[in-house]
Design a protein around this ligand. Sequence first.
Ligand code: C5P
Length: 250
Amino acid sequence: MTPHQRPAATRPKPATRSAPASSRRPIPIVALDFPRADLALAMVERLGDACNFYKVGGELFTAAGPQVVQTLRALGKDVFLDLKLHDIPNTVKGAARSAASIGAKLLTVHTTGGRDMIEAAVEGAGPTCGVLGVTILTSLDAAMLRSAWGRKSLEVYGEVLRLAGECAAVGAHGVVCSGLEAQKIGAKYGDKLKLLVPGIRPAGARTDDQKRTVTAAEAAKAGANYIVLGRMITEAKDPASELRSVMKTI
Ligand code: C5P
């Protein structure tokens, strides 16, 4: 059993025809957090048809560059380029244009870069690449956020909602948020913003550096349009069957 698998007693029961299913299932995106393209592509091969959407983040993109994105596209896979851009608007606009030109379907920026920066990203990304604003990293809890932002009192929900409002105001595709806040954002901005939820863990499993985690089923129930699955899939003995069984819980 890998650290991200549940102990047998708490593993979800195999899905049956009568298992509850939400009306709208989130699209699973597997995070290819690897230091080399060959390792990432070997994971894609192991996952086969079980996964058609991959996240390329800072680790892989810095090591392997645009070529790995283009290779994934050539394999018929969609790519979420999770670069979490945070710079002056002109620079972010150019980076978003480049992301769209190499075939990324989703791209992240930090919402704390400001409304003009998010708007510049949306302009640069154009119609083929959706911009997602990272609200508050799922690795931060309220105490860490207060310390990082130098504020004595601060409430995560309030900040996440405020930042989501910035994205909605400039026509971003959506936001990245934890499953704990997804429902509130959906209630307020569901007609304008798609919700992407990382920090997915099986109930009772190791959370690593993540703080605000939920299960895949909880994320779906909260209205996630996309869920990002990282180590719980890539460190599993059989990533494809683990992903299939996670999706059966939704
Ligand atoms: O392995 P794990 O499931 O923790 O991976 C989560 C992935 O989602 C990582 O690649 C991380 O960079 C990304 N992510 C996140 N929290 C955010 C945005 C992205 O964990 N707010």
